[in-house]
Design a protein around this ligand. Structure first.
Ligand code: A2P
Length: 337
């Protein structure tokens, strides 16, 4: 990336912000190109940037005309308030919250799937980064959608606590310690005990009985694939894993498929590591394969024995990297290329 590029990370002290700074440092950006922003209470504190540290500045006082990009990850209400101001100051915003994802005027981008849309993007403006569960699913399904078409998707997610933010990670660590020392488990971030448990609701319930997280997978998948005919029927579940979401995906294609060909397509798909069904120790898992890594891992591929055009896959990725920070940085790199 060009050496005079400047950017601000909004929410730099949070779970996604921290990894965003790691990725930017890995990409070779210098400390004077990156500004760390957070709330007033973090002002003056230090965050890691490669081997350097950045001093956190307060978002309220920041002048966005000083930067080319703002990578926002501080919650929807912060994005709603500050992203339009940043754009008015000439800064392009890549927004990691749900604030703008379903706005028709705003592109919702996964570079491997619909990055082409960025060719016509007029800067400055806002680009939305999809929900973590949607990103990894569409990266894995893109070659299948392109070759055969997808009619419907049934998916059950197994989502890591880091997706709920830094305080949620800390609560799982605390609950683990409490449980193992026979103390009462405290729940502030989660509705029920998270450790040694699974919770079948992420985000608020809608009138139709689905959670918002589940409906996001439906709405966002249709928008990213630009195909309103795909129906996504999701059950989103939080599991006591720190990093890495897993998804059991059961789909039905529009046209017949050949399983060997699907293996080949997945084997050469951008951003995907295909893991053949060899033995139990090889299957991709969040903690062993995905955490800290960039690709989306796909395994357990098999034909659905119960319906003719059915296919099953297991999709695993680091929810904070490809599911959030990395995808945002890749969007910025595409705009710069
Ligand atoms: P702070 O640490 O100062 O509260 P997470 O998703 O891990 O919970 O992180 C949320 C991020 O959003 C943190 O960096 C947090 O900063 C930031 N944030 C929350 N509220 C504000 C605010 N009012 N202004 C700026 N940043 C905020």
């Amino acid at each position: 990336m060009r050496s005079d590029l400047k950017l601000a990370v909004v929410g730099a002290t949070g779970a996604v912000g921290e990894v965003m700074l790691d990725i930017l440092a890995e990409r070779g950006l210098k400390a004077d190109q990156v500004i760390a922003l957070a709330s007033r209470q973090s002002e003056g504190s230090q965050v890691s940037f490669g081997r350097r540290e950045l001093t956190v500045q307060c978002l309220d006082d920041f002048d966005f005309s000083k930067v080319d990009y703002g990578l926002f990850s501080a919650g929807s209400s912060i994005s709603e308030k500050y992203a339009p101001r940043a754009v008015a100051a000439g800064c392009t915003v890549i927004d990691n919250t749900s604030a703008f994802r379903l706005n028709d005027e705003i592109p919702l981008i996964v570079p491997e799937v619909n990055g082409d849309l960025l060719k016509n993007f007029k800067q400055p403006g806002i680009i939305a980064n999809p929900n973590c569960s949607t990103i990894q699913m569409v990266v894995a399904l893109e070659p299948i959608q392109r070759k055969y078409g997808i009619r419907r998707i049934d998916v059950a997610t197994y989502q890591a606590v880091s997706g709920a933010g830094r305080k949620a990670q800390e609560e799982l660590a605390r609950q683990t310690m409490q449980k193992l020392t026979f103390q009462e488990v405290e729940c502030k971030q989660f509705s029920q005990q998270m450790v040694f448990n699974v919770l079948p609701q992420i985000d608020v319930l809608q009138e139709n009985g689905y959670s918002r997280e589940e409906m996001k997978m439906h709405w966002e998948t249709q928008k990213i694939f630009a195909d309103d005919s795909i129906a996504v029927n999701a059950t989103a579940v939080r599991v006591p894993v720190f990093f890495g979401h897993a998804e059991a995906v059961h789909l039905e294609t529009v046209n017949p498929f050949d399983l060997d060909e699907v293996e080949e397509l997945l084997g050469s798909a951008e951003g995907v590591v295909y893991v053949p069904n060899l033995d139990a120790s090889a299957h991709p898992t969040p903690a062993v394969h995905a955490a800290g890594e960039d690709p989306v891992f796909v395994g357990r591929l098999r034909r659905d024995h119960s319906r003719e055009l059915g296919m099953n896959l297991w999709v695993v990725a680091d929810n904070i990297r490809k599911g959030a920070a990395l995808n945002a940085v890749q969007i910025m790199e595409m705009l710069e290329s």
